[in-house]
Ligand binder design. Structure first.
Ligand code: ADP
Length: 190
């Protein structure tokens, strides 16, 4: 399976991505996690990415695209993968299309988690007290929602038009959402 999971910041993509990865035996590739690992390790990529992340802005496509291209070429991604947090811009969609075409592969589908926007701001503020992420302050959270609305939400239509979109209600208990997500992915296979 080659899948992407989309949804606004705080929708629970990372949580569901982990369960999907286990269930379908594919790696969950989170661009946010890769950036954070680079920030922690103090790599040049991390230093570059941090400036944008701390402000709630997207890291430039040139940086993100080459990082993903390298990551999906690794051995563990040969049999499939789930991308969490990529693509997030129109240019990233084009880049992913070309990465897949170069390898003679196709995407099986895009899962979108739909959530209530005020509820997720509250979720993120709660997470801030637990995980201590630099981009989980209220101003930055609101900026991330804005950037998502401007740059990423329009991609949902792109995947819908391609007939590869499954929309899943992301509100409710984590387990319930997971069951809905699994059912939606099974539907894609059929
Ligand atoms: P969230 O979805 O909660 O905002 P992520 O962990 O997915 O969190 O991403 C955190 C930050 O990492 C984003 O706000 C952005 O700065 C950067 N980032 C992650 N993925 C991308 C991407 N595909 N393109 C550009 N920037 C990205």
């Amino acid at each position: 399976m080659r899948l992407i999971i989309m949804g606004p910041p705080g929708a629970g993509k990372g949580t569901q991505a982990t369960f999907i990865a286990q269930e379908f035996g594919i790696p969950a590739i989170s661009t946010g996690d890769i950036f954070r690992a680079n920030v922690s390790a103090g790599t040049p990529l991390g230093v570059e990415a941090k400036r944008y992340m701390d402000a709630g802005e997207y890291v430039p496509d040139s940086v993100t695209n080459s990082m993903v291209r390298n990551r999906i070429a690794e051995d563990d991604a040969k049999g499939g993968f789930l991308l969490d947090g990529y693509p997030r811009t129109v240019a990233q969609v084009a880049e992913l299309d070309s990465m897949l075409a170069d390898a003679g592969l196709e995407l099986d589908g895009a899962v979108v988690l739909t959530v209530d926007s005020e509820a997720i701001v509250q979720r993120l503020l709660k997470r801030a007290t637990i995980e201590n992420r630099a981009d989980d302050t209220e101003d930055v959270i609101r900026r991330r929602q804005e950037v998502y609305g401007e740059q990423t939400a329009p991609l949902i239509d792109t995947y819908r038009e391609r007939g590869a979109l499954v929309e899943v209600d992301g509100m409710g208990e984590v387990d319930e959402v997971t069951q809905r997500v699994f059912a939606a992915i099974e539907g894609l296979k059929g």
